[in-house]
Write a protein that binds this ligand. Structure first.
Ligand SMILES: [Zn+2]
Ligand SMILES: [Zn+2]
Length: 275
């Protein structure tokens, strides 16, 4: 039993900390960068909340799909060879991820949840853990709907989940690794760092989790050749505190403030998605 996923955290620490020293994209960034401890709390407590939420979502999908999708169809899909199932699961899930992620940017009340992830100002292997649990449960849950409902095998979905977990750590890491021509096929740190960039022209770009060609297909790809972003984060920083960030979608900055900042209240009550 490892409910907090401590083994993965420990292995990721051992792999990525030396890698970030050897191949640093931003060499001035420290291992224990700003708000590292806050993201450590996300790492410890978010995982278990997300697992519970996703279990409930998957149980619901199975329950509903059993009434809609013929059992023979599910059995046929689950019986396909793994070299067909695994790529199909990756493409279908990433399509679901792409559109849910894009909605989280476009719809103001959803953006309030997703802004927590975009509040990171220094990216590293740990940064991907800073995600509001409701954001993560909905985004991952929607991405799993087609593959669970259509009957893809647990094994194929498990391989996808493992790839997703490690790739999420990798694409946030502070490493200058470029994929050359493969950069349009597989998400890289280059691809996802632009998603977090505070540059205007990078806003609302690079929504896919694993397959950048989906962004090319839907007109949202941004990977200028030979360039990397220099700064990350929101125009208006949010409180860098675990509990405040969990409450942020519901309260904005309102609670914990002794003197309300009227300008901040006006802004957080709308929290426009960045354009
Ligand atoms: Zn985003
Ligand atoms: Zn990210």
């Amino acid at each position: 039993m490892d409910p907090f996923g401590l083994k993965v955290i420990f292995i990721a620490f051992l792999v990525f900390v030396p890698l970030e020293r050897l191949l640093a994209l931003h060499p001035e960034q420290k291992i224990f960068r700003r708000n590292w401890a806050n993201d450590g709390l996300f790492l410890l407590f978010n995982g278990i909340l997300i697992k519970l939420g996703l279990l409930a979502v998957i149980a619901t999908i199975i329950f509903v799909a059993a009434r809609i999708v013929p059992e023979s169809f599910q059995a046929a899909v689950g019986g396909l060879p793994y070299w067909v199932q695994i790529p199909a699961v990756i493409v279908l899930s990433d399509l679901g991820f792409y559109w849910t992620h894009r909605m989280f940017h476009a719809v103001p009340w959803l953006w309030r949840f997703h802004a927590v992830h975009h509040s990171i100002e220094e990216l590293d292997w740990l940064a991907g853990t800073r995600v509001h649990p409701i954001d993560q449960i909905l985004t991952k849950g929607v991405s799993l709907v087609p593959v669970v409902a259509l009957g893809f095998s647990e094994w194929a979905i498990g391989v996808y989940a493992l790839l997703y977990q490690w790739q999420s750590i990798f694409i946030h890491a502070n490493v200058r690794v470029r994929f050359g021509p493969l950069r349009f096929l597989l998400a890289s740190p280059e691809f996802h760092h632009w998603h977090h960039s505070s540059d205007r022209e990078a806003r609302d770009r690079n929504f896919a989790a694993q397959l950048p060609f989906l962004d090319a297909l839907f007109g949202t790809l941004h990977m200028p050749k030979g360039q990397m972003p220099t700064s990350y984060g929101l125009d208006r920083p949010m409180p860098q505190h675990y509990v405040r960030q969990l409450l942020y979608p519901f309260t904005g900055d309102r609670i914990f403030q002794s003197k309300p900042d009227t300008e901040a209240l006006a802004e957080t009550s709308q929290v426009p998605a960045p354009k």
